[in-house]
Design a protein around this ligand. Structure first.
Ligand code: 8IG
Length: 269
């Protein structure tokens, strides 16, 4: 009874999935999408009919705190699939622990989702990147020094970001680039020296989310697609300071492009 996300994550996810079933009337869901910074406007293009409710309606979800991270869940029909759309996520820097960060992904899998689409807004390291550009995540480097997995469960992360789903995205948009996503704990952005380190270790994208959720999704047996929206060039690259407003603006400006990409990809998954 009363399983908490941290002391019994599987039971907590099952409880949330059961409540989701009650609210939506849907016995199961097929695909979940987590809409990160700058992606929430794109979510509307997937359709808004169906059910929408605050994450706090489900057990185990805290209310998010960041502007542009509206903590809501949508249950929509896309073609013949039932999709669960998370408008916003819990970040590690909120201090609620790793289990809270991945509770959405675990709930989605408990609700039947076999595919998890993780999106985020991020800083880009390739000088050729332009704000508003989507990049497929090919792999990650987790610099949070933590894992959502508890105990001696040695989960394989080879091909964590499904090559099949990346290929599928490129059939829709052949020009899509790929990159290695590096997660920092945040909430501060990087120093220029840290960006130099990211470059040296082979990173192309920097952000404050996604890797822990991807690991939890893999542990739970789901296929993962990761797409970053480059909203800014990484610290020290432009001579300008980074700010959250440019993140929101890049999202608004690229909503139609991101929405179209997801709309075309989803039915093919
Ligand atoms: I949007 O440049 C967004 N999120 N760590 N660095 C980190 N997170 C980010 C950045 C960035 N841009």
């Amino acid at each position: 009874m009363n399983a908490s996300v941290s002391n019994d994550p599987t039971a907590a996810a099952t409880a949330a999935a059961r409540r989701l079933q009650e609210i939506t009337g849907a016995a199961t869901h097929d695909i979940a999408l987590v809409m990160g910074s700058g992606w929430v406007p794109a979510a509307d293009m997937l359709g808004t009919s169906g059910h929408e409710f605050p994450v706090t309606e489900l057990p185990g979800f805290p209310a998010p705190m960041v502007e542009g991270h509206a903590g809501r869940i949508r249950s929509i029909t896309v073609g013949d699939r039932r999709a669960l759309v998370f408008l916003g996520r819990t970040h590690l820097y909120e201090g609620r622990g790793v289990a809270a960060v991945v509770h959405g992904v675990r709930t989605a899998v408990a609700a039947g989702c076999k595919t998890i689409v993780l999106t985020n807004g991020c800083g880009g390291l390739r000088p050729s990147f332009v704000p508003g550009q989507p990049v497929l995540i090919s792999d990650h480097i987790n610099l949070t020094a933590t894992s959502p997995i508890i105990g001696a469960n040695f989960v394989d992360l080879t091909d964590l970001y499904s090559p099949r789903l990346r290929d599928l995205c490129r059939t829709v948009e052949p020009s899509l680039e790929e990159g290695v996503y590096v997660q920092f704990p945040g909430p501060h952005y990087e120093t220029p020296a840290e960006i130099g380190m990211v470059r040296a270790i082979g990173g192309h994208l920097v952000g404050m989310s996604t890797t822990l959720e991807a690991i939890a999704a893999r542990e739970a047996g789901a296929e993962v697609l990761g797409i970053s929206l480059v909203t800014n060039l990484a610290a020290g690259m432009t001579g300008e300071p980074l700010n959250h407003e440019e993140v929101l603006e890049a999202g608004r400006a690229s909503a139609v492009r991101m929405g179209r990409l997801l709309t075309e990809v989803l039915p093919r998954i």
